[in-house]
Structure formats: structure tokens, C-alpha cells
Design a protein around this ligand. Sequence first.
Ligand code: NAD
Ligand code: 0WE
Length: 277
Amino acid sequence: MSDAATDDVTEGFPRGKLMRGKRGLIMGVANKNSIAWGIARQLFAQGAELGFTYQGEALAKRVRPLADSVNASIFTPCDVSDDASMDAAFAEVQEKWGELDFLVHSIGFSERGGLQGSFVENTTRENFKLTMDISVYSFVAAAKRASALMHNGGSMITMSYLGSERVIPNYNVMGVAKAALESSTRYIAKDLGPKGIRVNTISAGPMRTLAMAGITGGRGMISTGKEWSLLKEDTSMEGVAGTALWLLSDLGRSVTGEMMHVDAGFHAVGMPEEEVS
Ligand code: NAD
Ligand code: 0WE
């Protein structure tokens, strides 16, 4: 655990034992900038045993070395739009581990054409369904399968964004999907509560990931976010990963059905100071 490679992969993340003896599945690593990868490194630094699912073979080459660097014991494809693929991934967890302590769901998708301009004009029936399927239903489907393997309680998180609660230009149908995702978190938490399984959402501020690349107004979103935020900072991967650690570890006991903003305080602003000075 203390060789050079481990030091490198956990750089910036506090080391400890909070996750020792816990095994969990990370869904949604595409590359080293993925939020799921930041969370994975933090959990690894605290002693968790990790498994990874990746979207498809096109991503395997990029994700495999990351999984190897945290000694992942599971590395399996999972296209969340396909029930058979989801069944196969969780069958692998059942076979290799037989049980599960935590789940990280960090997946979202909408067609690019739905993420610009007029929400009313640009939201097609097809893309509405696709966006809801991949960004919302996938969490319900994963929670169902993961909870069946959580014999000693457990903890699950999903990733959201402020565009669910407020109008953010161009976020459009993804905002509607994130609202449904946050609501789903509460209903899943209700069903799984009696099994000692906690279910929570992290609402992160804008971060430079693949999902942000080429977004209309993406750069302005990050710089204005920083200017208007209470901390006058970008949202940090360390902050998001630290919140994930808290929620997924026993430190998060008694916390369920909750949504935590990790956005340098941006969500609390009603009027930016710049506009009145
Ligand atoms: P990312 O592109 O690294 O991650 C998105 C992941 O979704 C990828 O790993 C991709 O493979 C996966 N995915 C898409 N379709 C899939 C499918 N059919 N089957 C399986 N996997 C599929 O980008 P990210 O920013 O790390 O996004 C992770 C989550 O965080 C998303 O839910 C996103 O909405 C949310 N989020 C992102 C930001 C941000 O600014 N980057 C802010 C708040 C919330
Ligand atoms: O949830 C997200 C990203 C969502 C996303 C991004 C893409 C880009 C590439 C979903 N689907 C796609 N499909 C693609 O083809 N975020 C919170 C980051 C984000 O995305 C935005 C934002 C922010 C912030 C889109 C418009 C406006 C703001």
C-alpha cells in the first residue's frame, strides 16, 4: 500500500482506514478526469476494495490501467441502457465477491442537440426517453441489483447538478433528468432504508470532465461559477471525493435520502455581489 505507484494514484486524497474491509462498485469512469475516478482514488486511499464497470470496449483501453493502479478486483463492461448487460455485470460481482458494501453511480447522457438553445424546441421525444433512461433509470436498475448483494447494509451515491433545481442555460433536458434522479434517490432510500442501506445524491458544481467538453457555454459556466461562488473557487475533485467518502463510509450513518451540494457555495447565491456593486 505504500509503494510509489500507490502514492501517485492517491495524491491529494487523505490516507486512512475508513473504508477498510468494504467492497464497492464504481460505475462511470471514462478517463482520468471522470468524477467517478476521483471518488475511486479517495476510496482506495482509505482502504476500499474496488470494482469498476465501463460503458463498452471502446473505453476499456483507457479505464483498464486506472483500475489496475488501484488493484481493482472486478473490471467488467456494463451498458446501462441494456438489462442483460446490467445483469451480467452484477452477476460478476455476485460471483467474485458474493456481497457488496457500496455503489457509486456517476453516469449521465443526452444527445448534444438536446443540450443547447430552446428546451421547448430542442427536446425530442426520442432524446427525452434516452436521457431519462441512461441518466435516471440506470440508477434505479443499479440500486435494485446492488441492494440484493448488500447483506450487511450499505451505501449508494449518485451525481447530480444544480440544473435540476434552477434554470441553467443549455442544460435543458438534463436538468429535468437530474430532478428525476434526485427524486429517485429519495424513493430508493425509502425502500432500502429498512435494510440499512443509505442512498444519497451529490450535487457537484461544474468540473472539467469529458461530459463538460464542448458544452455550449461550458467555459463561461466554470469561470462565472467561480466568480459568483461563496468560496471564489472552482469545485474541486478533492471536495467531491471527500463528500463521497463521508457518505459511503460509516461517518455517514443516519444520512439518507439527502442531497449534498459540493459547489463552493454557488447554490446558496441568490444575487451575485458583482451585480450590485
Ligand atoms: P464523464 O464523461 O467522465 O462520465 C460520464 C460517464 O457516463 C462515462 O464514464 C460514460 O461512459 C458513462 N455512460 C454514458 N452512457 C452510458 C451507458 N449507456 N452505459 C454505461 N455508462 C455510460 O463525466 P463526469 O463529469 O465525470 O460525469 C459523471 C456524472 O457526474 C454524470 O452523472 C454527470 O451528469 C455528473 N455531473 C457532472 C458535472 C460536471 O461538471 N462534470 C457536475 C455535476 C454532475
Ligand atoms: O451533467 C453534466 C454533463 C451532462 C452531459 C454532457 C454531455 C456532453 C456530450 C450529458 N450528455 C452529454 N452528451 C454529449 O454528447 N454536467 C453537469 C456538466 C454540464 O453539462 C452542461 C452544463 C454543465 C455544467 C450542459 C449545458 C450547460 C451546462
